[in-house]
Design a protein around this ligand. Structure first.
Ligand SMILES: Nc1ncnc2c1ncn2[C@@H]1O[C@H](COP(=O)(O)OP(=O)(O)OP(=O)(O)O)[C@@H](O)[C@H]1O
Length: 343
């Protein structure tokens, strides 16, 4: 049920976008929990301006504490002026803007992203926030899916940019939430126009040397004209894949428990494993190694392993990344952690 806004709480606008986001949040109550303390990352672009505005509109219904954050990478001469204008707009909404300036200036997109998330984690911790919120939309997710597909990434790479994840292991329970994945870029653009929001364009978004910008400028419009709503459907497909991987992880845990009849990181019985179809063996080995190593074992290690296990019955050993070792004899496979004395 969509609750109308409480008139005693102010006169924020209410329309189809607010109703849609509100419904989405009611359906996923852990995404931005009522009463949570949210740090909203605002670049000044149309997506995060729409995000800040929608969260301000819904704030009376959800009781959030809102704080806004902006990062100035120092890349463009006009960035400091834009940050000043953004500060004024945020103040006009009754909030303060936390501002960080990069020093030294990050040398790449990846370094800029690391710097932003580092600042966001620190600011969130300082401001006692439970969630960092970004303005990623279905369009961003669709672009990520297509770029990963073109690069030949593992299927799991196609499920990236999900609705939420822990921000960083060091940031404890702090979550990164992306509530605007139900909207695409045309929705946020329309909302900004309808509300007369100031939008600061980033000139580097037009630079066609960046793969994402070329995809955005040349590929997405073609897909959208062939199949209107393509971005949203590609993004929804990634969402389904993500859910499928979650289910698969649980099922693999059950299968491992059945196979081992004990500890999920204990030894693996080789003959019982070999009785399964090669694809199932590969999935189980991958999952078992992930449980040990705490990260992906890498496609190459897995292929080498399966190849050697299938070819011979003899004992063997495979060196894995980070000093880990995998051993096997005719009946069992087991993993040895890195030797601290030879690290
Ligand atoms: N300089 C920044 N300061 C604050 N938040 C940022 C900054 N850059 C990116 N973000 C956050 O990350 C999200 C995705 O970043 P991305 O670079 O894809 O967006 P953008 O094109 O810069 O801007 P927008 O998404 O606001 O249109 C943004 O919606 C915003 O929440």
């Amino acid at each position: 049920m969509i609750l109308p806004p409480d008139p005693s709480q102010g006169r924020r606008p209410w329309g189809r976008d607010q109703a849609r986001l509100h419904r989405h949040l009611l359906r996923q109550p852990t995404l931005l929990p009522a009463g949570g303390s949210l740090l909203v990352a605002v670049s000044g672009g149309q997506d995060s301006m729409a995000l800040a505005t929608l969260l301000l509109d819904l704030q009376p219904l959800h009781g959030w504490q809102l704080q806004l954050w902006h990062g100035d990478h120092g890349w463009r001469p006009e960035a400091a002026r834009q940050a000043g204008q953004l500060t004024l707009w945020v103040r006009s909404q009754g909030l303060d803007l936390r501002l960080d300036r990069a020093d030294p200036v990050p040398g790449s997109e990846a370094a800029a992203r690391d710097w932003r998330y580092g600042c966001l984690a620190a600011a969130a911790l300082q401001g006692r926030c439970t969630h960092v919120v970004t303005g990623h939309t279905a369009s961003d997710r669709a672009e990520t899916v297509l770029l990963n597909l073109a690069r030949g990434s593992h299927l799991r790479g196609l499920a990236s940019l999900g609705a939420s994840r822990p921000l960083a292991p060091a940031a404890g329970p702090l979550q990164l939430a992306r509530p605007l994945l139900i909207f695409d870029r045309s929705d946020t653009g329309r909302l900004c126009r309808e509300r007369g929001l100031p939008v600061w364009t980033d000139s580097s978004n037009a630079d066609l040397r960046f793969a994402r910008n070329r995809l955005r400028a040349d590929v997405m419009p073609v897909l959208e004209s062939l199949h209107p709503g393509a971005s949203r459907r590609i993004s929804a497909q990634a969402e389904r894949l993500e859910a499928q991987f979650e289910a698969e992880t649980e099922l693999l845990d059950l299968a491992l428990a059945g196979l081992q009849q004990g500890e999920p990181t204990g030894p693996l019985p080789r003959r019982r494993l070999a009785s399964l179809a090669p694809a199932s063996q590969r999935r189980l080995l991958h999952h078992w190694l992930r449980r040990h190593l705490g990260r992906d074992p890498g496609a190459r290690s897995l292929e080498t392993l399966v190849d050697r296990l299938v070819r011979g019955r003899n004992p063997g050993r495979l060196d894995l990344a980070g000093g880990w070792q995998l051993h096997w004899d005719h009946s069992t496979l087991w993993v040895r952690p890195p030797d601290p004395l030879h690290g």
